[in-house]
Write a protein that binds this ligand. Structure first.
Ligand code: FES
Ligand SMILES: [Fe+2]
Length: 402
């Protein structure tokens, strides 16, 4: 397994030593006068170390989805730009995230996905933790066959748990425990989507086991995927086929306030169909909006797409300054649509459709990465009519950094 680290040497620089702060301030202007994020935000390793703290540790960040650890005891390691984590489903089916490090000598506890029976056992000296992170066994700590030691207080050496919340199967973590309460954080989006789905509908979402997942590795900074997702401006050039059915003019901007998400919606969504077969639909969907679908980037690193008959989570795993793994997870309404044999071909086609769209975007986002090495470009500008949601994301990043 290849592991990417943020070089610790890069940690000590202040933001003003990394980039021109005025350039960041110029992002948060009226769109006509605003500058995009400066080049360092896409190509500087010093910046990446800063961003890891200010964006990925300070905010609600996505590290995976619950359906990839469906059973009690399922556990997987996750590397957040060098920070080792464990994502585990405990016996009460709750998802928990811990720092993946033994409190004894600091051995990394879990190396690959597995199903654990009762404990997380450290391979080094076999200290063991239960699924709530409690240190429950310290073999030979007092000498051979003496497993307790008076002067050692086990309770002080439990695993360090990370603040975690699962919403629509998406696992959010707030490593630095300093972000607002998740329910408050997500409320503006839930209110926006209340015309489509309510809380009961969340329970109807079922991940498809056969054509419900693919991933893409792209050679660019994670932010390019978000900014590209926020706008429909590139539809005619990058997605000419899609533009024939859902034209650029059928789209509208989405700008969440307070500024936590942005994206676009379409008014021309057509349900996929094969013969007379279609996927089940959400029953509480506003009748006047049956053809609406919405594509929202929830900052920093997850893009979600909601349609009357399916939902997807397209989340980003940053692997380095110019390397990102995109994970696509697809959900349907109820088990029959998600896993029934009758709709298998339709699921296959739907997955292929999205994969083609995401593949078309790869050239766009990798092209922006290449361009960011130019010394004559330093953030560029925005179309006041077409780039508002992208500008909104830039503002969020800039304000999170300062
Ligand atoms: S480092 Fe884990 S038991 Fe020693
Ligand atoms: Fe696109």
């Amino acid at each position: 397994m290849i592991i990417f680290f943020v070089d610790q040497n890069h940690k000590n620089k202040t933001l003003s030593e990394i980039l021109d702060i005025q350039k960041l301030k110029d992002v948060d202007k009226q769109i006509e006068a605003a500058n995009g994020l400066p080049n360092e935000c896409y190509i500087s390793e010093d910046y990446l170390a800063y961003e890891r703290d200010k964006i990925f540790c300070d905010k609600w960040t996505v590290v995976g989805v619950g359906s990839s650890i469906p059973n009690a005891g399922d556990a997987k390691p996750y590397n957040l730009l060098g920070i080792p984590l464990i994502i585990i489903r405990s016996k009460d089916m709750k998802i928990r995230v811990f720092h993946n490090v033994c409190s004894h000598r600091g051995f990394k506890l879990l190396d690959k996905p597995c199903n654990l029976k009762n404990v997380i056992r450290c391979p080094y000296h076999s200290w063991s933790y239960d699924f709530a992170g409690n240190l429950v066994a310290t073999p030979h700590i007092g000498g051979l066959d003496i497993h307790q030691f008076d002067k050692f207080d086990k309770n002080k050496s439990n695993l360090k748990e990370v603040k975690t919340k699962v919403w629509m199967d998406i696992i959010f973590v707030n490593i630095n425990s300093n972000e607002i309460d998740f329910n408050k954080y997500i409320k503006p989006l839930e209110q926006r989507w209340s015309k489509f789905i309510n809380n009961d509908d969340h329970n109807l979402l079922v991940h498809s086991n056969d054509y419900g997942y693919f991933n893409l590795e792209v050679k660019c900074n994670w932010k390019f995927a978000i900014e590209n997702y926020c706008e429909s401006y590139h539809l005619p050039t990058i997605h000419p086929e899609l533009n024939k059915v859902s034209n650029i003019n059928d789209h509208y901007h989405i700008q969440g306030l307070p500024n936590r998400f942005a994206g676009q919606g379409s008014k021309k969504y057509e349900q996929p169909v094969k013969g007379n077969k279609k996927f089940n639909t959400f029953s509480n969907w506003e009748k006047s909006m049956l053809k609406n679908s919405e594509y929202i980037a929830l900052f920093p690193n997850v893009m979600i797409g909601l349609h009357i008959d399916h939902f997807y989570v397209f989340w980003l795993e940053p692997l380095g300054m110019d390397k990102t793994k995109e994970h696509m997870q697809i959900y349907y309404v109820g088990d029959e649509s998600a896993n029934g044999e009758e709709l298998k071909e339709l699921r296959k086609e739907n997955s292929k459709f999205w994969k083609n769209v995401m593949l078309e975007d790869v050239s766009a986002i990798e092209g922006m990465q290449d361009g960011r090495h130019s010394p004559v470009y330093n953030g560029g500008n925005f179309s006041p009519a077409m780039d508002q949601p992208t500008h909104q994301f830039h503002k969020w990043v800039a304000n999170s950094l300062i």
